[in-house]
Each structure stands twice: as C-alpha cells, then as structure tokens.
Ligand binder design. Structure first.
Ligand SMILES: [Mn+2]
Length: 229
C-alpha cells in the first residue's frame, strides 16, 4: 500500500525536512503533503523550496497563514521586493531568498486551503470517518470545510458557541478526520471518549528548536526529527 505522509509546519527548516525524507524513504507511489507555512521564519527557505520541487508530483499542500499573506501582497504589487517576503507578524524570509522569490510565489500560487481525501489503511477499518481533511489552522462544526474562507481556515479557530470559547480541536468529532498545523499547543492526537482519534496537530515547533513531525495517514504512525539547532 502506498503511504501518505503529512508534514507539519516547516518554516524554512530544510535540514530537518531532508532528514525526515531520508527517514520515511518516500517511494514512487507515496505522497508527502504539507499543512502549510513552508518558508517564513526559518533558516533556509530556498533549501525547502528546492527539496519540495524535487519531489514533483509526489508533493502537495494546503496554504498556511504565511502563504495567504504572501499571495495577498503580491496581488496588489509587483513581486520581489523584500516587503513581499514578509509573513504574518512581520517575519521576513532571509534576504538570500530574494533571487528565487518569484519561484516561491509560483510554487504556492495555485494551492488549495483545504483538501479532502479518502481514508484508507488499517487505522480506519473500525473508525466512522470516511474522509480526512488537511487544513492549516481549523475547521468548524456544521460547515463544509470547502465553504470556510481561507482567512478562517488558516487561523487557530475557537468554538464561540460553547462556554469558554474552547479551541475547535478540543471538541471535534468529525465527520472527517482532520490533520492541521499552525499551533504548537494543539500538537498531537485529539481523542474522543471512545478512544478514537478525530484530529491531529502536526506543528511541533521545529523552527523554535523542537521537532519536525510527519504523520502517515494509513496507520497513524508519527515520525519526528529533532531540530538541528
Ligand atoms: Mn501558521
């Protein structure tokens, strides 16, 4: 069976991304998917771009908040000024990325903000979910994810309909299994009272010196690479 790996927020951590790919040993039929936030904040955004370009059709992604900001800026102004390489919060991509800025923009330009895929593999035989969703930040109950605007999908959504406004993932029970990034505090599986996983946060803070994580959908196995520095 082919493997579908989802990697958490990469944020320019090319060394750890390459180590992850070496570890999971991606085969010709396997896929590496990303929950977004590829380039900003970290040490080597160009390295990340080159690694992911090298995967060709074996790579796909949803855009994160950093890609959303980048694509919005470039809609209104000419590309390749340093200002265009800011993510949210003003974090600037390393100036060494300037000469490939247009390639970066092209790489994220036509990407989705949510993807829906069929669940296959041994982890799902007794699970009620039939599909899984990949988003950067959140989904909301009772709303098809495809109808949620990108600016909401990339955020750390809260349930304003519940007391205390808990985060969405604290109460998510489908109908889809959801894989997401964006928030270190949300990392890991979120389990219901029957012990079933309904979502998994994959932002494990590699760019902040922690680790880069990838989840294999078919068997829910996690592979983690410690941050290089
Ligand atoms: Mn993010």
């Amino acid at each position: 069976m082919a493997s579908t790996w989802v990697v958490g927020d990469i944020h320019g951590c090319a060394v750890e991304l390459q180590q992850l790919l070496d570890r999971i040993d991606l085969k010709a039929d396997d896929m590496l998917l990303s929950v977004g936030d590829l380039f900003h904040r970290g040490p080597d955004p160009v390295g990340v771009l080159r690694i992911l370009q090298g995967l060709g059709d074996r790579f796909d992604m949803v855009n994160g908040n950093h890609e959303l900001v980048l694509s919005k800026r470039l809609r209104f102004r000419a590309p390749t000024c340093l200002e265009d390489l800011r993510g949210d919060g003003g974090a600037l991509i390393d100036a060494s990325a300037m000469d490939v800025a247009e390639e970066m923009v092209a790489f994220i330009a036509e990407r989705d903000y949510v993807q829906r895929r069929l669940l296959t593999g041994p982890a799902w035989q007794d699970h009620p979910a039939k599909h899984w969703l990949m988003v950067h930040g959140c989904v909301l109950p009772g709303v098809p994810a495809e109808q949620i605007p990108p600016r909401q999908l990339v955020r750390k959504g809260r349930r304003t309909d519940l007391p205390g406004d808990p985060y969405w993932y604290e109460h998510w029970q489908g109908p889809e299994f959801v894989v997401f990034g964006h928030a270190q505090s949300a990392a890991g599986f979120h389990i219901d009272a029957q012990g079933r996983a309904w979502c998994c946060g994959l932002d494990t803070g590699c760019v902040y010196g922690k680790k880069l994580s990838a989840l294999r959908i078919e068997d829910l196995s996690l592979t983690q690479i410690p941050a290089a520095s």
